[in-house]
Design a protein around this ligand. Structure first.
Ligand code: SAH
Ligand code: F3S
Length: 485
């Protein structure tokens, strides 16, 4: 407790995807509304929450070891409230209390609206609280209906005064996922796919922009599958949403993640082409370049269909920056399958790729029916090899941008470099097509757009300067900053 203000302190650690970052923002705001004060120091906290991820084993192990480190502290400080929320809470449920008996609170992603009440209940009743949604595949239809209801939409009115970094925001447009890729735990922990009403999304975006937000990222597990059917039968698609929010005064950039390859429709690509504030950045995970593997993953497309989609993207938006996720070492993946994945990466020439070693997840079809038969050291080698293929492509793309000027939205101090004398520091931001740029500047630039000349490049980062006139002849400066290829 803060002895000066008398307010209790909340520490919240977020693992996993942007959806979790957004959920943490909501939970933190709701608790601040109840009088808690947010602290960045876990040792000062009266309430510690872990907002967890279940996508891979590693993310879960991290939480269990963090919980392990709190065991002695809880003994010394019995009033300390420790909570596990998010996807691992939904997946492991009571098991968390068995593995970490000092945990007080477990709440799944469909129950986050209850967290402030649950914290108070722990405080006053001194009893453990568990709030999870019913399983999706639990027997008779009535249970399934129930489970549908128990995954509550959690997009409360944004409590603006508690927002940090107000120049950018995530906005959820869909919850859950119904694709059931065989490796993926998301459909069971995040529940059924549900699109939010467009009016609610528009109003949320408007409120954010009215308060100075310049970049909005629309979120969904398969964001381009967004479809909202109105009472009169009209359907709103993602392309309609983009058009609706595009002209909000003050909004400068709109992004959307993550895309499902089969739903990359022409209307969406037209919207990306025609709406200048929509970033020409498309994260469309392929997962594998082998048809046999894609089939076992139940991804619902072949490599040929994926490549057709890429061709269509290039046709509509020639300068689009594509990104992907890949899983290496999935059940039954042969050397030839893996080589096919490398080939796909070489063909598409992504801006960047996230590569993951397959991690079997209880509750998924692959876990139940397929053997995790690729040894760990082979997974690791394939992971490194695929990254090396992508890194060479990213480096070549980035080096080709040296000498060009980009409009960069400054996100904050670069995580890699600290302030030297305090007056200037290395800042990091992104171009319109999502490339990371670092350059020296003053802290006051955070949240602003600046023109940066690229002077050097690594596979992941463009390195630049704002002192453009020192490098470029004046006549070139007359040209406006451009987007990347
Ligand atoms: N559509 C979601 C996908 C969530 S999981 C999104 O918003 O990104 C993110 C990525 O993790 C997936 O694209 C996949 O590449 C990877 N992943 C999912 N399950 C996995 C598993 N069991 N093992 C390894 N990687 C996995
Ligand atoms: Fe997971 Fe596939 Fe959905 S990767 S989030 S089940 S589209």
């Amino acid at each position: 407790m803060d002895t000066k203000s008398g307010r209790k302190k909340l520490f919240i650690e977020t693992l996993g995807c942007q959806m979790n970052v957004l959920d943490s923002e909501f939970v933190a705001a709701a608790l601040q509304e109840r009088g808690y004060e947010l602290t960045p120091r876990i040792q000062d906290a009266d309430v510690i929450l872990f907002n967890t991820c279940s996508v891979r084993q590693h993310a879960e192990d991290k939480v269990y070891s963090a919980l392990g480190r709190l065991k002695h502290r809880k003994r010394r400080q019995p009033d300390l409230i420790i909570g596990v929320i998010g996807c691992m809470a939904q997946k492991d449920q009571k098991l968390i209390f068995h593995r970490a008996p000092h945990v007080d609170l477990v709440a799944g992603p469909g129950q986050l609206h209850r967290v402030p009440d649950l914290v108070e209940q722990v405080e006053y009743e001194r009893r453990r609280q568990l709030a999870v949604s019913l399983p999706r595949n639990a027997g008779p239809r009535s249970r399934i209906e129930e489970s549908f209801e128990t995954f509550e939409e959690y997009d409360p009115d944004r409590l603006a005064r508690f927002r940090t970094g107000g120049f950018q925001a995530y906005v959820r447009i869909m919850m859950g996922c119904d694709k059931f890729c065989t490796f993926c735990v998301v459909p069971s922990v995040r529940g059924p796919e549900q699109s939010r009403p467009p009016q609610a999304i528009y109003e949320e975006c408007k409120r954010l922009v009215d308060r100075g937000c310049v970049e909005i990222t629309l979120l969904g597990q398969t964001v381009n599958s967004y479809r909202y059917r109105h009472g009169d039968g009209r359907v709103t698609r993602l392309s309609d949403l983009l058009a609706a929010i595009h002209d909000l005064p003050g909004l400068r950039r709109i992004k959307f993640v993550t895309n499902y390859p089969r739903d990359m429709t022409d209307d969406l690509l037209e919207a990306v082409r025609d709406l200048p504030r929509v970033s020409p950045y498309l994260h469309v995970p392929a997962q594998s370049g082998s048809n046999a593997v894609l089939k076992r993953m139940k991804r619902g497309y072949t490599v040929e269909e994926y490549l057709e989609m890429v061709d269509r993207v290039r046709e509509y938006v020639p300068d689009a920056a594509l990104a992907s996720d890949f899983i290496v070492g999935f059940c039954g993946e042969t050397e030839e399958d893996f080589e096919a994945t490398c080939e796909l990466v070489r063909r598409v020439r992504y801006k960047n790729c996230f590569v993951f070693k397959y991690s079997p997840r209880p509750g998924t079809k692959a876990y139940e029916r397929l053997q995790d038969d690729v040894p760990e050291e082979i997974k690791r080698r394939r992971n490194n090899e695929l990254l090396a293929v992508q890194n060479a492509i990213s480096l070549a793309q980035n080096q080709a941008l040296i000498g060009r000027v980009f409009e960069v939205l400054v996100y904050g101090p670069s995580p890699a470099a600290r302030s030297r004398d305090g007056s200037t520091l290395q800042l990091a931001g992104r171009t319109h097509d999502d490339r990371i740029v670092v350059f020296d500047g003053t802290p006051g630039l955070v949240g602003k757009f600046v023109n940066v000349l690229v002077t050097a490049a690594t596979p992941t980062t463009l390195i630049g300067t704002t002192e453009i006139e020192r490098y470029l002849p004046v006549e070139l400066l007359a040209e406006p900053a451009t987007g990347a290829n």
